[in-house]
Design a protein around this ligand. Structure first.
Ligand SMILES: *Cc1c(COP(=O)(O)O)cnc(C)c1O
Length: 229
């Protein structure tokens, strides 16, 4: 059954977000086709994901392994894992996710590669911390190069670039300016891995102005979450 009212709400929100993306690209002199919009569907029902797919969204992001695996089995698309990684979940994550955004532990790299298996590829973003705090995850910038070198030794892992979350309580423009510098250094060293996953509902316009290529947006499209993660 198609929920017409819900479809209309999501379509309106999505169109609004897309026009904000286009506007931000225009202001930053960037091509909107260089941006990938990932619909963050954590906590929302599969019926919403099917509506998004019907509206042309092809990329979906989840934070929890069990929830993501269940949803990915029901809706076709490119599935992104962006939550904190527990090592005992690596094999399961590799079974359904196409891209992992939150790799921030060197010890997870060989285990993830082994879980992906021979002849298969998983896209990888290395998460960088913008405030050196533990809360939102990520590696300190000084370890990025070593981490990237390690990822590159595993043919099953395809290094896309860097991912970051703006620290709570800080102006995202300031955080994303630091990210832009880190990203520029990283891209010079690894020019084939120059993607940048940054920007959520509250800060994606700022992220675009600082070079984000992958936006992870949930609540602006699907409405506020009753059970935030
Ligand atoms: C929840 C989440 C998002 C999406 O957040 P919204 O505010 O709903 O857009 C993006 N990235 C990460 C890592 C998240 O946990």
């Amino acid at each position: 059954m198609v929920d017409v009212a819900r479809t209309e709400v999501i379509a309106t929100n999505l169109a609004h977000v897309q026009s904000q993306i286009n506007q931000a690209c225009l202001s930053a002199s960037r091509d909107p086709s260089s941006i990938t919009l990932i619909g963050v569907t954590k906590t929302y029902p599969v019926s919403d994901i099917k509506i998004l797919a019907g509206l042309g969204v092809k990329d979906f992001g989840e934070n929890r392994d069990s929830e993501g695996r269940e949803k990915a089995s029901q809706v076709e698309g490119r599935w992104h894992f962006q939550g904190q990684i527990q090592s005992n979940k690596l094999a399961s994550i590799a079974s359904w996710a196409d891209v992992v955004h939150s790799l921030d532990d060197m010890g997870h790299v060989p285990r993830l590669a082994r879980a992906v298996g021979e002849g298969k590829k998983m896209g990888v973003f290395i998460q960088v911390s913008l405030d050196n705090s533990v809360g939102r995850g990520g590696l300190a910038p000084e370890f990025l190069s070593e981490m990237a070198q390690l990822v590159l030794t595993f043919p099953a892992l395809l290094l896309h670039g860097l991912m970051a979350v703006a620290p709570l309580g800080e102006n995202p423009d300031e955080a994303f300016s630091r990210l832009a510098v880190i990203h520029s250094v990283f891209s010079q060293q690894f020019p084939f891995a120059s993607a940048l996953s940054a920007g959520m509902s509250q800060d994606f316009e700022s992220a675009i102005s600082h070079g984000a290529t992958h936006l992870r947006i949930g609540s602006s499209i699907l409405g506020s979450r009753s059970n935030p993660l």
